[in-house]
Design a protein around this ligand. Sequence first.
Ligand SMILES: *[C@@H]1O[C@H](CO)[C@@H](O)[C@H](O)[C@H]1NC(C)=O
Ligand SMILES: *[C@@H]1O[C@H](CO)[C@@H](O)[C@H](O)[C@H]1NC(C)=O
Length: 380
Amino acid sequence: MALHSLMFSLLTVLLVLARTEPVLCDFTSIFSFGDSIADTGNLLCLKSDDHSFRFPYGETYFGHPTGRCSNGRLIVDFMAQSLGLPLLPPYLAQTNGQDFQQGANFAVSGATALDNAFYEERGIHNICTNNSLGIQLGWFKELLPSLCDQSSNCLNFFSRSLFLVGEIGGNDYNHAFLEGRSLEEIRTFVPGVIDAISSAVQMVVEHGAVTVMVPGNFPIGCFSSYLMVFQSSNEEDYDPQTGCLRWLNEFSMNHNHLLQKELDRMRDLHPHVSIIYADYYNAAMRFFRYPLQFGFSEGCLTACCGGGGPYNYNKSLVCGNRGARVCDDPSLYVSWDGMHLTEAAYKAIAYYILQGFKDIPDSSHQYLTFITSKELLQNT
Ligand SMILES: *[C@@H]1O[C@H](CO)[C@@H](O)[C@H](O)[C@H]1NC(C)=O
Ligand SMILES: *[C@@H]1O[C@H](CO)[C@@H](O)[C@H](O)[C@H]1NC(C)=O
């Protein structure tokens, strides 16, 4: 089944390439929207305190916390480095005179695809942020006049930009799941979430985006936080090979399936745009299935940093809080804090996504720039 999905995504990429005009230039900028999977410091500008603003967050690569929810770099950081671009500046950290000619990151930890009002009406409170995807798109529009001249060169400018819309949607479900809402209720959110993502793609395309990468959701049934909260005495609930909770992974797969169907529809509407599905789910499942092949000798289900217990995840004692313990070597772990992955895991995912383009015939220079980048070559 994994092979099947892999071939399917490769086929999807081939199909996309077959019907789009390649843009024969390097990417010169990245614009990113999303949540804590991609936030490089926006929440840090919005809140005075959060456990993720404290040590040991950031310890491995930066040596100090940066607002990233990991011990080091995120997928978007590896993409930027692979393209020879600087790490994406968080939009809200904008200092006087800073320009965002090489891109900007609008992702905010805790953000949902749907607006807060949708959840407030249902009594689900986002304690982290109210900066949904819609708000982030508003920031992008605010930034536009400083990036390019609308009447002439915006299309040219964005033809050399990579747009990353997501991962987003994970929190639309996380908050509700962790508040104990029923699977039936949460399932009803999915079509709206997919619509919100699709509208975001539509909006960036209307502004001139021609390369839009849209990641799917992770296999949340393999995440320490979910494994802890939904611990079950029924063996049938677990996948025997990975120890992951099957029903939660099925939930993610369903979201991803509907998202891909919607992206197919978008490709028909915009045949000149490369709309790429980034398969975070299967990229991550590779190491949940074969952890040792990826060097994750401490396994995949226990968090490196947390408050103890069978998965080292305790929601009343999370990473960054006094009393939480951190492992000696995060590179041996997949899970960083139970909700987010380690830099090592993000790196493996980023390279999987980038390598997906390796077998593509020499049809589009923009894809080749992904794999000829220095860092990637050093790692293969
Ligand atoms: C969003 O949250 C901030 C602070 O958390 C608050 O000041 C602001 O009014 C909120 N905005 C909306 C639209 O709820
Ligand atoms: C989780 O942390 C709280 C607060 O420190 C503690 O009281 C509780 O016993 C912990 N739970 C487990 C399962 O370790």
